[in-house]
Design a protein around this ligand. Structure first.
Ligand SMILES: Cc1cc2nc3c(=O)[nH]c(=O)nc-3n(C[C@H](O)[C@H](O)[C@H](O)COP(=O)(O)OP(=O)(O)OC[C@H]3O[C@@H](n4cnc5c(N)ncnc54)[C@H](O)[C@@H]3O)c2cc1C
Length: 291
């Protein structure tokens, strides 16, 4: 069972950072859904509930993206799933990425901050945010693109305050394979196309942390480009565990990366919360293809 030595409900994120600096084993609390699986004692548990980090706010003058959305660290995965602003900015991507994470009650507890700071290899959230080109804002390390945050070694000793997502518009698709519908993904891929910015394709659950796939793709990629994408995705490092073998993951990652690009290359979805199956059917109908 996990226990806490001291519980501190801080009034500011700077105060939280000071506590983290003073005690190497101090721990910022997110929703606690992951932490509670651990054992031992957290000497200082830091609660950011009074730091007003539980909203999604528009940003009009972001120095990097111009228009953007700031997602507070205490925004739950369920808020991420239900936010109309995020749905419009991300082509409904975040809702589709999180909808198979355990269940609604769980997603009402688990936070964006815990997911991003946790940097779990299986994280659907990190894979989607990486493909979106999001940045994380931390007291300590400052502002980091997702790829830099995910590449950092060792335990994070900063306080994550916000994740900043460009306001779009983008075309996006999230694809994952699970052995059972609410289990961890055994392979995942996410593709995002932004006018002027091109494609960003991420592969996650390798089972290591999500990584970008570096391969040139045109706006509507030809079959040969998709083959090159699958090959590039399969050159990332993969390994096996009790969920799937290394060989299976490598193969499926290539398939999912292509599927994500093909799906995203369709028309922009208007109802971002619809299921991707419905969206694909609507896209096919719009293109005049047989169902
Ligand atoms: C049974 C189970 C199944 C899951 N399945 C999936 C899945 O299929 N897909 C998926 O994407 N995710 C999955 N997750 C992970 C989940 O979505 C969350 O990412 C996870 O629970 C962490 O979020 P939390 O709010 O609970 O964080 P916590 O458990 O509170 O914290 C997790 C870590 O992040 C640190 N932390 C939290 N907030 C901050 C902050 N603001 N600044 C700095 N550090 C911080 C904590 O100190 C801790 O080290 C699963 C988790 C569980 C327990």
């Amino acid at each position: 069972m996990l226990s806490m030595g001291k519980y501190v409900r801080v009034g500011s994120v700077e105060e939280a950072y000071e506590l983290v600096r003073q005690n190497r084993r101090a721990c910022v609390l997110g929703g606690g859904a992951w932490l509670r699986l651990g054992t031992g004692t957290i000497p200082v548990a830091i609660d950011l509930a009074d730091c007003a980090l539980d909203t999604v706010e528009p940003i009009d003058d972001d120095p990097v993206f111009g228009r953007a959305l700031g997602i507070g660290a205490y925004v739950t995965l369920r808020q991420l799933e239900r936010s109309a602003e995020l749905a419009a900015a991300t082509d409904g991507l975040l809702a589709r990425a999180v909808r198979d994470i355990v269940g609604v009650q769980f997603r009402n507890v688990a936070t964006v901050g815990g997911s991003v700071a946790g940097r779990f290899g299986f994280s659907d959230v990190c894979c989607a945010l990486l493909a979106l080109g999001a940045h994380a804002e931390l007291v300590g390390a400052g502002r980091l693109p997702m790829e830099d945050l995910l590449a950092r070694q060792g335990r994070l000793r900063d306080v994550l305050t916000r994740v900043i997502v460009p306001a779009g518009p983008v075309r996006a698709s999230y694809q994952a394979v699970r052995n059972q519908s609410t289990d961890f993904p055994v392979a995942s891929a996410c593709a995002v196309y932004a006018q002027g910015g091109g494609w960003r394709v991420a592969v996650g659950a390798r089972p290591g942390r999500a990584r970008l796939v570096a391969t040139p793709l045109s706006a509507e990629p030809a079959p040969a480009e998709l083959e090159a994408l699958a090959d590039a995705a399969r050159t990332l490092p993969f390994s096996g565990n009790m969920w799937a073998s290394e060989r299976y993951r490598r193969h499926v990652a290539g398939v999912l990366a292509c599927r994500a690009v093909e799906d995203a290359a369709g028309p922009v979805r208007t109802d971002a919360l619809e299921s991707s199956a419905e969206a694909r059917a609507a896209a096919r109908a719009e293109r005049g293809e047989a169902q």
